[in-house]
Design a protein. Structure first.
Length: 116
């Protein structure tokens, strides 16, 4: 028996800060609009600075996995042209990563064991 003045759970409405659908992503429900803004911001940052996924994650305070998902899955849905440009930069970064890793090891070794 319904309680007077009480609405059943299925009559409650979602808060206005949520979008109704996830713009094409499956199974995730509603996403706050700030995520879509972050996706575009991350894409623009990588395009302007040529930053790596790791550096971008540090700047935006998210994980590397989040940055990767943002630029590979979400960004093409929001801005396909930007996604294409970002993908080119990330491919260059990936091709050069063995060089950056070697340089980091060399610097680490020089600090710990300076040559007299």
């Amino acid at each position: 028996m319904p309680v007077p003045g009480h609405m059943p759970w299925h009559f409650h409405v979602r808060p206005a800060i949520y979008s109704t659908r996830l713009r094409g992503e499956k199974g995730a429900g509603a996403v706050k609009d700030h995520i879509w803004q972050r996706v575009v911001d991350i894409g623009n940052y990588i395009l302007k600075s040529g930053a790596t996924v790791r550096d971008t994650a540090k700047v935006f305070g998210v994980s590397k996995s989040t940055v990767h998902k943002d630029v590979t899955e979400r960004l093409p849905k929001v801005n396909a042209q930007l996604a294409t440009e970002v993908k080119k930069i990330l491919e260059v970064n990936k091709a050069e990563r063995h060089l950056r890793g070697g340089e980091a090891t060399r610097q680490k070794f020089r600090i710990k064991h300076p040559v007299a």
